[in-house]
Design a protein around this ligand. Structure first.
Ligand code: THU
Length: 156
């Protein structure tokens, strides 16, 4: 028998300790929450995706009365960016969430379906997408989407 442990590398920084470019992307993600349509959960999630030319595309969760027809902020940003900029490399994604007007104390992390969807684009471009997760008490920084999804399913 053999065992192994899987570890996820997470760097934790205060917002004030962020590199300026990272702070700007977090600001975009916070602003992106204003685009959420979340009448059922009152949970407003924003995502900001930066491309290699510096362009930032925002996304926000879009809910629907037929619940499963809605989508998360991360996929909203990624699908919008990929559809409009199919040849660009995505470098970083920042995510922020608030309940009502109050941003989350601790970062939220993308759901399983979003991790899988983001991973597809990371694999396609063969370059990592850094992940910045905003919390009022600290920002989690991960070096790639793959690091968020150990033992992932990839193409067969
Ligand atoms: N949601 C996101 O947009 N991203 C996440 O990472 C987790 C959850 C949305 C889906 C739903 O509209 C609301 O948050 C409550 O689950």
């Amino acid at each position: 028998m053999k065992n192994f442990n899987v570890t996820v590398p997470v760097e934790v920084r205060e917002y004030s300790e962020l590199e300026p470019q990272d702070a700007l992307l977090i600001d975009e993600a916070r602003r992106a929450t204003d685009g959420a349509y979340a009448p059922y959960s009152d949970f407003f999630v924003g995502a900001a995706l930066r491309m290699d030319d510096g362009t930032v595309v925002r996304g926000a969760n879009q809910e629907n009365a037929a619940f499963s027809s809605g989508t998360c902020a991360e996929r909203s940003a990624m699908f919008g960016a990929a559809a409009n900029h199919p040849d660009r490399i995505f470098t970083d994604i920042a995510i922020a969430a608030r309940k009502g007007d109050t941003f989350q104390r601790l970062p939220i992390s993308p759901c399983g379906a979003c991790r899988q969807a983001l991973l597809e684009y990371e694999n396609k471009q063969k370059k990592p997408i850094r992940v910045l997760l905003y919390g009022e008490e600290g920002v989690y920084i991960l070096p790639s989407v793959a690091s968020l999804l150990p033992l992932c399913f990839t193409e067969f």
